[in-house]
Design a protein. Structure first.
Length: 131
């Protein structure tokens, strides 16, 4: 039962009122973590509303807490297809700070999602590239 309390849904909102939290959740500004992982930063923020960017640059910063993992693999999806396959990107650290410039994104709207298998999944991050 203790493990159940180590799973969290993060709602990304600048205000903590009930109204603002519900609006952020409806807009898809969320992610889920497990095993006590804490989301420190994600950019751009997940959400269903498209944001215009010149170039897609995605970043993620996690506190792994007591989970001094031997390996952590990050998968990144663009439009449902893996552009990073989850290969190990770090070893023996207690935090993960990762940035990915998507140099191969064609102009137009793209949907991204981060997955750290067994530890994190984000709601979609919608970017309109080339604006």
């Amino acid at each position: 039962d203790e493990e159940r309390w180590q799973r969290m849904t993060w709602i990304l909102s600048s205000k903590l009122s009930q109204k603002d939290l519900i609006e952020s959740l409806r807009a898809g500004k969320s992610c889920a973590t497990a095993h006590g992982i804490k989301l420190l930063e994600i950019s751009p923020c997940p959400g269903f509303v498209s944001r215009r960017v010149k170039k897609a640059i995605l970043s993620l910063h996690l506190d792994l807490g007591k989970n001094k993992l031997s390996e952590v693999g990050i998968a990144l999806y663009r439009d449902g297809e893996a552009i990073l396959d989850g290969s190990a990107v770090m070893k023996g650290q207690t935090d993960l700070d990762f940035t990915w410039p998507d140099d191969e994104a064609a102009p137009g709207e793209h949907w991204y999602a981060f997955v750290v298998k067994g530890y994190l999944i984000t709601s979609p991050i919608v970017l309109n590239v080339g604006g």
